[in-house]
Design a protein around this ligand. Structure first.
Ligand code: NAD
Length: 514
């Protein structure tokens, strides 16, 4: 195995997770290789067979026990998320709140969504009854990111388990402890199913081993570049693949929008979690009549926010060490191309005395808010995922131009519309190339478990959450049951040719009449 772990160059037996604000070591975790992964998949297969054989109501009861334990251990899980990502504790708590809603929905609705249903047979098969049932796939591999280390992978883990599968989960190498904690709480809440939900830890090599392990589906969340690599591995064994990747989400603001509400939501959607949100706000298109007033309101609110640690910090550090360079490159390229920066700019890195990273020779992992305006559309700040606390606000002539520009991205994950009329907002939403759209809020869809979530283009494909997210971890099985002999049996050599010809003539007549 060629896993490099997080912080060492030679293949280690363990790797160290760290506090991203200070670099302080948090814990050592094993680097699991192909053999460990194979064992986890094998155990999952055995436990999964028993899990799949349970009545849906029993699975629901077990998953709701897990949900209750997660709720009672919310403080411990949120503390783990905060320690590993650096995000403020209250943001980690919000992540848990959303996760509990989703797990509850998946547990309660899997039986209803996936139960067998009768379908009509049509004339040639009128002697049959027909039904379709959604059967679990077996073992689902889940590879997760670090930015929402509970909410995001649980969109696959919770729904895959609810659909009757076993799960082997490889959390991000930045957040392994949170993954291990999730599995430990599962084992406590659901005794007797050892191996049903296992966590393997490590970096790219462990993820690649999971993709190559023969799991029955691989649900990946991360960047599109990694998705391509993982998909290539899956392609070798035709392992089905689900890709939840990055975004470059746009907010459209019409002339009659409530600008205070829009500014408030844009600031939260762009700067919350230090901008490290797949469906966070990265681009804003405001009609020219309100552009300046919107910018003023955004700048006023963003200026008041301080990155850092502790209860007063609006958001934490950039979690990944190299991300500050990406943010700086995007901001500098925009400024060089003629963009304005009413807030922040080339000195985007925060060097305040209370920012622990300020002492870091690279400038520290804290980035103060950056608001850019009039950014040329071909700048990386408009075309690439920035994943930092920045937002670009451009003026457009009208809604048509806003829609055109919003849709001109290679990403298509989420979007938002701020508009005086809810009906017009919904009409604009229907013109947007995005997997999920919020009208008069941002990320409104994330808190509604019944809504499927996912994107297209570089944002990936497939859906998690909702009924579609349950079905994503099943295979439909179609069953026909012959009830009586048909008048003309088209699937028998014994049927006279003349009878078959009459059946063809009847069918032709039926399908040619108006
Ligand atoms: P990443 O692509 O660097 O890593 C994602 C996961 O893939 C990690 O667990 C990593 O260890 C693993 N990995 C890396 N190389 C691999 C390989 N060759 N084979 C197998 N596994 C490999 O992404 P990240 O930095 O952890 O997460 C940030 C990205 O995730 C952003 O692009 C963000 O937009 C996206 N994201 C998307 C969603 C969504 O639901 N669409 C949600 C959260 C984050």
């Amino acid at each position: 195995m060629t896993d490099t772990g997080t912080h060492r160059r030679t293949p280690p037996a363990t790797f160290t997770s760290r506090d991203p604000a200070t670099g302080r070591p948090l814990a050592e975790h094993p680097v699991h290789g192909p053999q460990d992964v194979a064992r986890a998949v094998e155990r999952g297969r055995a436990a999964g067979a028993r899990w799949a054989a349970l009545p849906a109501a029993r699975r629901r009861a077990h998953l709701l026990s897990w949900k209750r334990l997660l709720a009672s251990e919310l403080d411990a899980v949120a503390a783990s998320v905060a320690a590993e990502t650096g995000k403020p504790l209250r943001d980690a708590e919000l992540e848990l709140v959303l996760t509990l809603e989703h797990l509850s929905w998946a547990a309660r609705n899997a039986g209803r969504v996936l139960r067998g249903r009768r379908v009509r047979t049509g004339l040639p098969a009128a002697n049959q009854s027909a039904s379709v049932v959604h059967r679990p796939l077996g073992v689902v591999g889940v590879i997760g990111p670090w930015n929402y280390p509970v909410y995001t992978p649980m969109g696959s883990i919770g729904y895959a388990l609810a659909a009757g599968n076993a799960v082997v989960f490889k959390p991000s190498e930045y957040t392994p402890g949170t993954g291990v904690l999730l599995a430990r709480l599962f084992e406590t809440a659901v005794p007797g199913f050892t191996g049903l939900f296992t966590v393997v830890t490590g970096a790219a090599g462990t993820g690649a081993a999971l993709a190559a392990s023969g799991v029955d589906k691989l649900a990946f969340t991360g960047s599109p570049g990694t998705a391509r690599k993982v998909m290539e591995v899956c392609a070798r064994s035709l392992t089905p693949f689900l890709a939840e990747c990055g975004g470059k989400d746009a907010v459209l603001v019409t002339a009659d929008a409530d600008l205070d509400a829009a500014a408030d939501a844009i600031v939260w959607g762009a700067l919350g979690n230090a901008g490290q949100t797949c469906a966070g706000v990265e681009r804003v298109y405001a009609v020219r009549a309100v552009h300046a007033r919107l910018c003023d309101r955004v700048v006023e609110r963003a200026r008041a926010l301080r990155p850092g640690t502790g209860p007063d910090a609006a958001y934490g550090p950039l979690t990944m060490p190299g991300q500050g360079d990406v943010v700086r490159r995007h901001v500098e390229a925009a400024l060089t191309a003629g963009a304005g920066a009413p807030l922040g700019g080339t000195d985007a890195r925060h060097g305040g005395a209370d920012a622990p990273g300020a002492a870091d020779p690279a400038g520290g992992p804290f980035v103060a808010p950056v608001v850019l305006v009039d950014v040329p559309e071909d700048c990386p700040a408009m075309t690439e995922e920035t994943f930092g606390p920045t937002v670009s606000i451009n003026a457009v002539a009208d809604v048509d131009e806003a829609v055109r520009r919003a849709n001109a991205s290679r990403y298509a994950l989420g979007a938002a519309v701020f508009c005086g009329s809810r009906r017009q907002g919904a009409a604009i939403a229907s013109r947007l190339r995005a997997g999920a759209v919020s009208v008069n809020s941002v990320l409104g869809f994330a808190a509604v478990p019944a809504l499927p979530f996912g994107g297209s283009g570089d944002s990936g494909f497939g859906r998690v959450h909702g009924a579609e997210g349950l079905r994503a971890f099943t295979a439909p099985q179609s069953v026909t049951v012959r009830r009586f002999a048909p008048p003309v049996d088209l699937t028998s050599f014994a049927t006279p040719a003349a009878a078959k010809a009459r059946a063809v003539a009847l069918t032709r007549w039926l399908h040619t009449r108006r």
